[in-house]
Design a protein around this ligand. Structure first.
Ligand code: V47
Length: 408
């Protein structure tokens, strides 16, 4: 039987079904948890959600209704498009003074596994990224006690000089706070020096959970939540856009998650400087909190959906595949996320904490993941401008040895 005939049979069957009184085509949104009904009404008319709405969404087990609502918002903003980028993570050092209990990446200077790359080595890694078509370097590292601020500025200047076409997304608010203390410059002057050297935007890390109760336990020596927000505000005022994150699944309460999201929403109302929000699931392995359970897929999808619904002034919600696993990241594209991050290539922070995902994927693999989820892959740069590979063709393929295909 030809495809056309199959089609007409399907249509006839559908008409038949609709004429049968006993069988009803289900309504597109089915809400089982009555507490979500008034929230759904608000969302459908574009009304802003409150703190209590956020807590109710987190408390609800009606994940399909929450996901449907988040997907509705996501499709209204972005249609069927899912963004990805070709990027390269560079972590110049894992030597870190902070010793956060949440972290498996940081090392004392004399601890086995401690490393610090020299400038030439960093530029070499960057050159490999460029050979793979990277449009972005994502640069974050530990708070090294002995490297001067000039080292980081030289690194950035060297990258900009060698690869002026590549966007430098470098240094979290926590690193900025540390460099400011190190160099005895104000936060504003530290950011200005970074910008002058060639930093184009800032990644969203180090936000964890802003509430001081949580920070005291998971990262007590780190920049406070208030300070993180102040540094982000200053960066935005200076024209440096940034991302934002939330580390969920450690010891925080649902109320503390909502408080965190609403603080980001409040700042975004004022500066419009945040580009994308990335919920990050805590990976406990090899950390001082290794007794805590691993995040569940249910909680991962709920965090994607609730952040899409609460952060009504953020354009983009990213499902970071490294942290979620490609399988959950794919489903997240139907629960509110419109971005799956990038090729990454050499991820250390999550892999030191026991992540079992590959350290990087090819562009083709990312596109396949997105297409299989029924979305249209669009390669973007860091600021979500589409990358035209006709005008800027990919370099001849040179698959690095660190790459693993997802189904291998
Ligand atoms: O700041 C650290 C988190 C962040 C662990 O801006 C951990 O585009 C889980 O911020 N388990 C770094 N999480 C990653 C990050 C990021 C990732 C992808 C894209 C962007 C972006 C930013 O990872 C840290 C911290 O919050 N982290 N240790 C751990 N054991």
């Amino acid at each position: 039987m030809g495809a056309g005939n199959e089609q007409s049979t399907k249509v006839d069957n559908m008409a038949e079904l609709q004429n049968t009184a006993a069988i009803q085509i289900p309504a597109p949104l089915r809400i089982n948890d009555a507490r979500l009904k008034p929230i759904a009404e608000k969302i459908m008319v574009g009304e802003r959600l409150s703190f209590d709405d956020g807590v109710a969404l987190y408390q609800s087990h009606d994940l399909l209704a929450t996901g449907w609502l988040a997907n509705h918002v996501r499709e209204k903003r972005h249609g069927n498009v899912c963004y990805f980028n070709v990027n390269r993570h560079i972590n110049p050092t894992n030597v870190c003074l902070a010793h956060c209990r949440l972290c498996a990446f940081g090392r004392s200077p004399d601890q086995p596994g401690a490393y610090t790359f020299g400038l030439e080595e960093i530029w070499q890694r960057a050159a490999e990224g460029v050979a793979e078509g990277a449009t972005e370097f994502h640069i974050v590292g530990g708070l090294h006690p002995d490297l001067p601020f000039e080292f980081y500025l030289d690194m950035i200047r060297g990258l900009k000089q060698r690869f002026p076409q590549v966007h430098l997304k470098a240094f979290t608010m926590v690193e900025v706070g540390f460099y400011s203390r190190l160099s005895k410059l104000s936060i504003r002057d530290t950011l200005l020096a970074m910008k002058e050297a060639g930093v184009d935007s800032l990644p969203g890390g180090g936000a964890e959970i802003f509430n001081p109760r949580v920070r005291k336990i998971i990262c007590d020596h780190k920049t406070s939540g208030r300070m993180w927000l102040d540094i982000a505000r200053t960066a935005h005022e200076l024209g440096l856009r940034s991302n934002a994150t939330m580390l969920y699944g450690q010891i925080e309460t649902l109320e503390e998650r909502v408080e965190h999201l609403l603080l980001l929403r409040e700042l975004q109302d004022q500066t419009h400087g945040f580009v994308t929000f990335i919920p990050l699931a805590f990976h406990p392995e090899n950390t001082a909190l290794s007794h805590l359970p691993k995040p569940t897929g249910f909680d991962d999808l709920k965090n994607i959906a609730v952040s899409r619904l609460l952060l009504d002034n953020f354009d983009h919600i990213k499902a970071y595949w490294i942290m979620l696993t490609p399988a959950i990241a794919q489903i997240a594209l139907r629960f509110g996320a419109n971005d799956i991050d990038g090729t990454v290539v050499e991820e250390k922070i999550y892999h030191d904490a026991g992540a079992t995902t590959p350290q990087g994927v090819t562009r083709a693999e990312l596109e396949r993941l997105i297409r299989e989820a029924g979305r249209v892959p669009v390669e973007r740069d860091t600021l979500y401008r589409p990358v035209d590979r006709v005008k800027n063709p990919l370099p001849p393929t040179r698959r690095p040895t660190t790459l693993v295909t997802l189904n291998s």
